[in-house]
Design a protein around this ligand. Structure first.
Ligand SMILES: Cc1cc2nc3c(=O)[nH]c(=O)nc-3n(C[C@H](O)[C@H](O)[C@H](O)COP(=O)(O)OP(=O)(O)OC[C@H]3O[C@@H](n4cnc5c(N)ncnc54)[C@H](O)[C@@H]3O)c2cc1C
Length: 395
């Protein structure tokens, strides 16, 4: 007999605000445990930015459990070994583990994915379970809740009453503002630039050493291949005193990127020079203090809405996936909503808030490098982050 769950006792679908990586993983996990969901996404069409995302074993174990790991592996291809290098002279500071060791050691693989591939695969899995699960063109504005229900209101004048609501609406979360009040994220003084370069344009020295993180004074740059090595993903971080614009897709120029990294090794400069002009974007990195509480009554949060983080450990999406997986398990293990949210938050808050702070510290380590003393700091591997398994961690 199927055990009773909080989900099976709730009238009507759980509302998830935001159809990004975290919201869709939560939807898939809740569906897996028999809880119907309705995802409300502000965009008119589901899409992702053109960029890579590293999904490490701690998050891949959830995607494997939810049935999409092998599809993602087919899209990604092999993961090369990574190297941390000095930006001054390219010398090796540290090397990552043998990629073949991840499955034996952590029970899951490490994949470098195109964000669109991850997003499409999650979307297809959720809508295969329920063709009506995702509602587009619904921009969440505010909510009210009482002992019986929470009602979400959208800018298209629609509203939706649900027994529970999950804020998965990213770093500028309107759900978080509605429940916990607005507290703007502060600019970190770091700007990030990202690009995809077709492999035919990539210098041979980079193809021979495809997965590398360069650390130097005030800057770091990482590149790794996507889609069976047909595209090189490139992400640079540098200090910049001022930043006004919001968003992840502000156009940048090759000259601007080169100007910031003009003393990095020659193959890196050649790679930057090879970026097709329209495919280069920048954004200002923002950070906020960890929230001591994520839940209020019938509302909780996950992913960047709960714990936005700087990209220096490559774990923002992985934490959102872990959150989504654990949320479904918490519903399955609980008799009512209060118990489910309490189990979820207790299992997740210290882990995700801790990674948020570790990512901030890692940024200061990279950027504290000098020409004479590069500092690779700690990586997600040396911090032991891959040992967490959201499918089997006690909740
Ligand atoms: C270029 C780049 C590279 C990165 N690389 C990595 C990496 O390698 N590894 C890693 O783990 N992390 C990485 N990250 C971080 C990671 O992408 C984020 O942490 C992750 O996307 C968070 O997922 P999320 O679902 O919480 O939020 P988001 O991905 O921001 O999704 C939020 C969704 O909510 C929707 N939304 C927002 N407001 C509303 C509203 N009011 N109403 C309805 N819908 C709304 C948005 O349209 C969006 O679809 C990277 C980030 C960037 C920008």
């Amino acid at each position: 007999m199927t055990p009773p769950t909080a989900g099976s006792r709730l009238p009507g679908p759980v509302a998830i605000i935001g159809g990004g990586i975290g919201g869709l993983t939560a939807a898939l996990s809740l569906q897996h445990f028999g809880v119907p969901v309705r995802v409300f996404e502000q965009a008119r069409a589901l899409r992702e930015i053109g960029a890579g995302v590293t999904i490490t074993p701690n998050a891949m174990s959830a995607l494997d459990f939810l049935g999409i790991g092998s599809a993602l592996a087919e899209q990604a291809g092999e993961t090369p070994r990574y190297f941390v290098r000095s930006a001054a002279d390219g010398r090796e500071l540290e090397r990552g583990p043998d990629p073949d060791s991840f499955v034996p050691e952590f029970g899951a693989s490490y994949r470098n994915l195109h964000r669109a591939d991850l997003h499409v695969t999650l979307t297809e899995a959720v809508t295969k379970n329920d063709p009506d699960a995702i509602a587009l063109d619904h921009r969440f504005e505010h909510l009210e809740q009482d002992g019986d229900q929470v009602v979400a209101h959208f800018s298209n004048r629609a509203s939706f009453a649900a027994p529970a609501l999950i804020g998965a609406d990213g770093g500028a979360s309107a759900v978080r503002n509605a429940v916990f009040g607005g507290q703007d994220a502060s600019y970190t003084g770091h700007v990030a630039l990202r690009a995809l370069v077709p492999i035919t344009r990539v210098p041979s020295a980079i193809i021979a050493d495809p997965y590398a993180l360069y650390v130097g004074a005030g800057r770091s740059l990482i590149h790794y291949p996507l889609r069976h090595g047909t595209t090189m993903n490139l992400l640079g971080n540098a200090q910049a005193s001022q930043w006004q614009a919001e968003g992840w897709s502000i156009p940048a120029t090759v000259a601007e990127f080169l100007g910031l990294f003009d003393d990095f090794p020659e193959p890196v400069r050649e790679l930057i020079a090879a970026i097709p002009g329209p495919d280069l974007f920048k954004w200002g990195l923002r950070d906020r203090e960890p929230l001591p509480v994520w839940t209020s009554g019938r509302v909780t949060m996950l992913g960047d809405a709960a714990h936005p983080m700087t990209p220096y450990l490559g774990q923002g999406a992985c934490m959102a996936i872990e959150d989504g997986m654990v949320l479904g398990r918490a519903f399955a293990a609980s008799q009512d909503l209060a118990e489910a949210f309490s189990r979820y938050e207790a299992a997740r808050r210290d882990r995700a808030n801790g990674v948020q702070l570790a990512a901030r510290f890692q940024g200061t380590q990279h950027h504290g490098s000098t020409a004479s003393g590069p500092n690779s700091g700690k990586t997600a591997v040396t911090l032991g982050l891959f040992s967490y398994n959201p499918v089997s961690e006690p909740i």
